[in-house]
Design a protein around this ligand. Structure first.
Ligand SMILES: Nc1ncnc2c1ncn2[C@@H]1O[C@H](COP(=O)(O)OP(=O)(O)OP(=O)(O)O)[C@@H](O)[C@H]1O
Ligand SMILES: [Mg+2]
Length: 256
């Protein structure tokens, strides 16, 4: 583990929910800690959802980074979500979120990727080619593109995924549901591995985003799928070059 990014390219497929569910379920090895970082340039949603203070968070972490950060400093900028997960929240105003990421994203991404003993799960939001959250993806040990398996989300997300793969990142899909396309359809059409399919389960999704932590919610198919994905994450294999020459050619075009 290390630095893991979740992102989309178009629509609101469920990046925040997925990052939150996986981070909450992620097993942490002895002596390590985990933190969820909201790095969505279109605005944060955790502080509003959970009625947290706007600070500490990404703004205070970015400000502190200008004077140099020590390895324990991250915890002063995290708040506890319902259930206890430590989270660094982004400002809910898009102008503030994008400007703090534009100013400090690169330095923070580089620092976090080499922070010993900490697993960082990043919600990158929509990762357009101009997104100031891109440095997190470029420093990530793995990037998961979250998408509904519909052409209008898969196509643009596949371009971003191939570009990141071409830049040497491990990239895989996390699909929300399997309609109209199955995981096998998506993997074959894009040449990108599907790491997980989370059930399309609006009720559990809303309960979780609403701060629910009941045993019933934890036993829901959505949370069980997120938990089994989180458990596999430790042994994630490197992304493989696609066998299909057409996909390789497209990959080269996208990267160029
Ligand atoms: N697995 C899921 N099944 C059903 N509904 C889901 C699932 N995940 C998320 N949702 C729903 O989709 C909506 C968007 O979720 P979320 O905020 O996580 O998406 P997002 O991709 O982070 O969006 P944004 O780009 O606006 O930040 C919410 O209403 C949420 O309840
Ligand atoms: Mg989001």
């Amino acid at each position: 583990m290390g630095l893991i990014c979740f992102a989309s390219q178009k629509g609101s497929p469920g990046v925040t929910l997925t990052a939150l569910a996986v981070a909450a379920a992620l097993p942490v090895a002895e002596g390590r800690r985990k933190v969820l970082l909201e790095a969505d340039a279109d605005s944060g949603s955790l502080a509003v959802r959970y009625q947290l203070g706007r600070q500490p968070g990404l703004i205070t972490l970015a400000a502190a980074s200008r004077h140099g950060l020590g390895r324990e400093d991250i915890w002063a900028h995290a708040q506890a979500l319902p259930g206890g997960l430590a989270a660094i929240v982004a400002p809910e105003r898009a102008d503030r979120a994008s400007s703090v990421l534009a100013t400090s994203g690169k330095a923070l991404a580089s620092w976090l990727s080499s922070l010993p003993g900490v697993d960082v799960i990043v919600d990158c939001g929509r990762l357009s080619p101009a997104s100031p959250a891109l440095p997190f993806a470029h420093h990530a040990d793995a990037v998961f593109m979250v998408s509904r398996p519909v052409a209008e989300q898969i196509q643009p997300a596949a371009e971003r995924a191939l570009a990141l793969q071409g830049a040497g990142r491990r990239v895989a899909w996390v699909l929300i549901g399997e309609h109209p396309y199955s995981a096998a359809d998506v993997a074959e059409a894009t040449g990108i591995r599907v790491a997980a399919v989370l059930p399309d389960d609006p009720r559990s999704a809303e309960a979780l985003l609403g701060g629910g932590t009941t045993g019933r919610l934890r036993r829901s198919p959505l949370l069980r799928a997120a938990t089994s994905f989180a458990a596999q994450m430790q042994s994630l294999e490197p992304a493989q070059a696609p066998a299909d020459p057409n996909i390789r050619a497209r990959q080269a075009e996208v990267v160029a």
